[in-house]
Design a protein around this ligand. Structure first.
Ligand code: SF4
Length: 435
């Protein structure tokens, strides 16, 4: 017993904090698995740990300052621990991070997987931000306590959207092969995951990068016995083709939830952003999908306050979003990212004006989500349950990405149940289990 206790107290610990996109979460999943394999115990971020791993994001100024706060917090909780700052912000702002107290290791987007090698090296302030074009496969693991598994199938981006720093932070597009993706997906299913979310920076580039069709990859993964649900993460509108849509339409495992970035509802702004579609194309795409999937939920990224965005152009975006059946808004104030074309544009919009537009857009998003949720009352969906709240309600997502709460004495985590949606109260959807 004493021996056991002694062994326990000696076990090394690691704490993680992951910011940003699902891709980062899938990568943290694989890295945390690597720590567990090496005998580490994962503890909550904020607890004292031997290693603190912060997987960062640099999509906006706000993300950057959150990263710096997290580094301060990590140092406060683990002054003796080794603090690793990895990912997109590390890639772009290594010199700034290097000046912060307590940081031991700065790893860029391609280097983060080698954290174990670098930790074994001498202590000190190491910076590793070389970029390679290698593809690192990654996926959520059971250690993350996620119920849905994020499987990384693509990384980087070859587009040159004027506002975006991702191609600089993550490099050019690269992908996993179909065979390898299927193997990783099989492992996830064997580990007990019922739902897989295919993830990447721009998964629509899968075919142009790998020469293999995304629809073929999806077809193979859908056939894996034991997999119950498949979701796609964000897909660029110009890449969501009919072949893929009809494949999804004909599979009971494919979820009727689409995240299709819009960014702006003004053709002039879309052109300046160098997006590869116009408003008419986007509108028609959403209607086409809605005809195929009548219960579908749509998510969209929206940038407000892009340089030169007039009140009229902002209103065009607002009206377009009001008109379309889009329910999950991801609203970002335009943020100047270094070395991007948009950062150099004249007519930058003032901060307070951006805030006003963000607020107005978020309010519209809330109204539309409430409206959509209420329109689904009386309908029944399969729900994959995730967690229990303090009031004793389990919650999980429907196929069309509505979080629903049900009272239950039974342990429902990672179980799928058919649920009838019965009530909408104070911004939450409630239901009862049918079977
Ligand atoms: S598609 Fe555009 S916005 Fe998306 S990652 Fe690529 S460059 Fe950035």
């Amino acid at each position: 017993m004493n021996e056991l206790r002694e062994h326990k107290t000696k076990q090394k610990t690691v704490a993680f904090h992951t910011m940003g996109c699902r891709l980062n979460f899938s990568e943290s999943g694989s890295i945390s698995e690597g720590f567990v394999k090496r005998g580490y115990q994962i503890v909550d971020f904020g607890q004292r740990a031997d290693v603190v791993f912060i997987n960062t994001c640099t999509v906006t100024d706000g993300a950057d300052s959150t990263c710096r706060n997290l580094i301060r917090k990590a140092y406060k909780s683990s002054p003796e621990g080794r603090i690793v700052v990895a990912g997109c912000y590390a890639q772009m702002e290594a010199p700034k991070i290097q000046k912060m107290t307590g940081v031991d290791l700065i790893l860029g987007t391609s280097e983060k997987y080698k954290v174990f090698d670098y930790l074994a090296e001498e202590e000190g302030n190491l910076v590793k931000i070389d970029k390679t074009n290698e593809f690192w496969g990654a996926a959520t693991t059971t250690a993350d306590s996620h119920t849905r598994a994020f499987l990384k199938i693509q990384d980087g981006c070859n587009y040159i959207c004027s506002f975006c720093i991702i191609p600089q932070a993550r490099g050019r597009s690269r992908t996993i092969g179909i065979k390898e993706a299927v193997k990783l997906a099989q492992n996830l299913v064997e580990d007990g995951f019922k739902e897989i979310v295919l993830t990447g920076v721009n998964i629509g580039e899968y075919e142009s990068t790998s020469g293999q069709k995304l629809s073929d990859l999806v077809k193979e993964i859908i056939q894996i016995p034991g997999l119950k649900r498949l979701r796609l993460s964000s897909v660029e509108p110009n890449t969501l083709n009919d072949e893929l849509l009809s494949l999804l339409e004909n599979s009971s495992k494919a979820m009727d939830h689409f995240h299709i970035p819009l960014q702006s509802g003004s053709d002039e702004i879309l052109k300046s952003m160098r997006r590869k579609y116009d408003v008419a194309f986007y509108r028609e795409l959403i209607h086409k999908i809605k005809r195929k999937f009548p219960h579908a939920a749509f998510g969209a990224d929206i940038i407000v306050g892009y340089p030169g965005e007039s009140e009229k152009q902002f209103n065009e975006t607002y009206e377009l979003l009001k008109e379309l059946p889009i329910t999950h808004f991801h609203v970002f104030p335009f943020s100047k990212r270094q070395k991007t074309t948009a950062a150099k544009l004249p007519e930058q919009i003032q901060g307070h004006e951006k805030k006003r537009r963000v607020k107005k857009m978020i309010e519209l998003g809330e109204e539309k989500l409430a409206e959509f949720s209420q329109s689904m009352l009386g309908e029944s969906f399969e729900v994959l349950f995730e967690k229990k709240n303090r009031e004793g309600y389990f919650s999980g997502y429907t196929s069309n990405y509505l979080r629903v709460y049900v009272p239950s004495k039974e342990e429902l985590k990672n179980k799928i149940r058919k649920v009838k949606l019965t009530d909408w109260r104070e911004g939450k959807l409630y239901g009862e289990i049918i079977y």
